[in-house]
Ligand binder design. Structure first.
Ligand code: PAF
Length: 274
């Protein structure tokens, strides 16, 4: 496995390949990331993982400084998963000058849910993903469906800019209690970790109620938020939306329920397609 930190070294490592399959990450890898790498492997002629903690997508009170940097362990895991090339640029390499051009995603998709609670987040994500796709000359890029809205925003960006990239969504990996794998799970105390499966349980309960014929979206969302609050969570949202554009669902449309909630100091997100 080649580990490269600069653009010339990346170009050299990829020079003989036509179809890079790329997994963008911020490092601190877990089994969910490694599943993305394994999924990417047959989709290209070289598998590339990028590791870059992107300051631009963090808000002023977010965890940019404390975000775990575990580069050596990440590389060992990537190599074991069959990754061919790791591109881990410094900020100086990826942003050699102030980034005055930015990708601004469609407000209808990017200003709701995560975008409402994390202003500028999706602009930061799109800008760095655009740069990483350009640097790696990706022909396929694999993203986790845990970040459901992020995946939709990236798909729309790729479509609207005619990027020659197949965007592939990968199913969320879960622990046995349902907790979605996430780098931020490492912030949970043992007591919080024991409780953390409640977020997915709340989504399952809501989905079950919809399947059982309950139709009041507001009542379903309120009930899920109340259940979470009753055990100490601070939910930002539990929202039942339609899958196509994350707007309010109409009867008969394919739906997804998405949630973000804090347990102690850790903010977790999850979703479930119905
Ligand atoms: O999902 C992530 O890890 C990040 O948002 C991404 C896509 C690597 C962009 O920094």
């Amino acid at each position: 496995m080649h580990i490269v930190h600069t653009l010339p070294a990346l170009r050299c490592a990829l020079a003989t390949y036509q179809h890079p399959a790329v997994v963008p990450t911020m490092g601190n890898l877990h089994d969910g990331h490694l599943a993305l790498v394994r999924q990417a492997k047959p989709l290209g002629d070289v598998t590339v993982a990028t590791i870059f903690v992107n300051r631009m997508q963090f808000g002023p009170s977010d965890d940019f400084d404390s975000y775990p940097r575990t580069f050596a362990a990440d590389c060992a895991q990537l190599e074991a998963a069959g990754c061919d090339v790791v591109f881990a640029p410094s900020e100086q390499v990826l942003y050699p000058e102030p980034q005055t051009f930015r990708v601004e995603p469609s407000p209808a998709l990017a200003n709701t849910l995560e975008g409402e609670f994390r202003p500028g987040f999706f602009s930061g994500v799109c800008t760095v993903v655009m740069k990483l796709l350009a640097c790696t000359q990706a022909r396929t890029a694999v993203f986790g469906k845990k970040d459901y809205q992020q995946l939709m925003v990236i798909r729309q960006m790729v479509q609207q800019f005619n990027l020659p990239v197949d965007v592939v969504g990968s199913d969320t990996r879960r622990a046995s209690d349902g907790l979605a794998m996430s780098s931020r799970n490492g912030y949970l105390s043992p007591a919080e970790r024991a409780q953390a499966g409640e977020l997915y349980a709340a989504l399952c309960t809501l989905a079950q109620a919809v399947r059982g014929g309950q139709t009041s979206v507001q009542a379903l969302q309120d009930a899920a938020m109340a259940t979470l609050r009753s055990t100490g969570w601070k939910p930002d949202y539990v929202a039942l939306r339609r899958q196509s554009d994350l707007q309010a669902p109409a009867p008969g449309e394919a739906m997804v329920v998405l949630a973000a909630a804090r347990l102690g100091n850790t903010r977790l997100i999850d979703n479930l397609e119905l």
